[in-house]
Design a protein around this ligand. Structure first.
Ligand code: GLU
Length: 285
């Protein structure tokens, strides 16, 4: 197999994201709503919302399979609820659509670098948290003009609509930055590479995955700023207390039996991402 030429990885990621968008229901195998019958166990199929373009967290590979930490967490939780891998339908859950997908019943739950916050809790419930990330910046490796959040104020900054990262920039981190909101971080990465934007902001867990892509090493640099605490939760329909309790039990077991550590090492190890320890499950208790 030929190695990817330097520079082509971003294009591959962007193409994957575009294909996923263009294909509509195609990438989701079958288009259907949440299907577990409302709560855990025994249903024929479970529909789980994930990202499709975040290497290390959740990536749809060219052969149609999925890999990443969120994918491993989703599969583990599904198994604890009584679903085998072939009973899982992964549905694309872009940042801005997550609450709506849950409220519409298009998914049973969402495992998609989904930060728990009060605004979202008005619309959906969360189980977890199961991971702690921090907002950071990704810049071109040869650009030393951005070392802190305030340096963004006269720069073109890319983030994603509906993300906490974009909201934090607008509200507190760099209100004067020229913020461009795209629908996915892989589109931001293409912009950073093409110099149409100067920096990307989102969780360090996501940015580390992009920086470590084959063909990308050495091109980008994480600022290492830890601009916020992002506690990832599993998003669920409001009021389904039984499902939340079952998912919380699965997340506790994930950590206790060593699967959390294994998944972290397997998925974030290649990017040399220094993760925080597993957080305590606190939602719903
Ligand atoms: N964790 C942040 C959020 O939930 C940023 C990553 C994302 O957009 O998925 O908004």
């Amino acid at each position: 197999m030929k190695l990817l030429k330097a520079g082509s990885a971003a294009a591959v990621i962007a193409a994957l994201a575009l294909t996923a968008t263009a294909c509509g229901g195609g990438e989701d195998e079958k288009s259907s709503g949440g299907s577990s019958g409302g709560s855990s166990g025994g249903g024929k199929k479970i529909t789980i919302g994930i990202k499709f373009d975040q290497p290390g967290l959740a990536l749809k590979k060219p052969d149609g399979t999925f890999a990443g930490f969120d994918v491993d967490v989703a599969r583990y939780v599904a198994r604890e609820l009584g679903y085998q891998p072939d009973q899982i339908e992964f549905k694309k859950a872009p940042s801005a659509q997550r609450e709506q997908l849950i409220k519409n019943g298009d998914v049973d739950f969402i495992v998609a670098s989904y930060s728990i916050n009060d605004k979202r809790k008005k619309e959906v419930d969360f189980a977890g948290p199961y991971f702690l990330a921090h907002q950071d910046l990704l810049v071109r490796a040869d650009d030393d003009s951005i070392t802190k959040a305030e340096d963004l104020n006269d720069k073109k900054l890319c983030s994603v609509t509906g993300s906490t990262s974009a909201q934090n920039v607008k509200e507190k981190l760099a209100p004067k930055a020229d913020l461009q909101e795209f629908s996915s971080y892989s589109e931001c990465l293409t912009g950073l590479e093409n110099k149409t934007v100067d920096a990307i902001t989102t969780d360090d867990s996501i940015l580390a995955g992009y920086a470590a892509q084959p063909g990308q090493q050495g091109k980008f640099r994480l600022a290492g700023l830890s601009l916020s605490d992002e506690y990832y939760g599993i998003g669920l329909k409001k009021g389904d207390g039984r499902l939340r309790a079952d998912v919380n039990a699965a997340l506790k077991k994930l950590v206790q039996d060593g699967s959390w550590k294994k998944a972290v090492e397997a998925n974030f190890g290649p990017a040399h991402y220094k993760n925080a320890p597993a957080p305590q499950v606190t939602e719903g208790s």
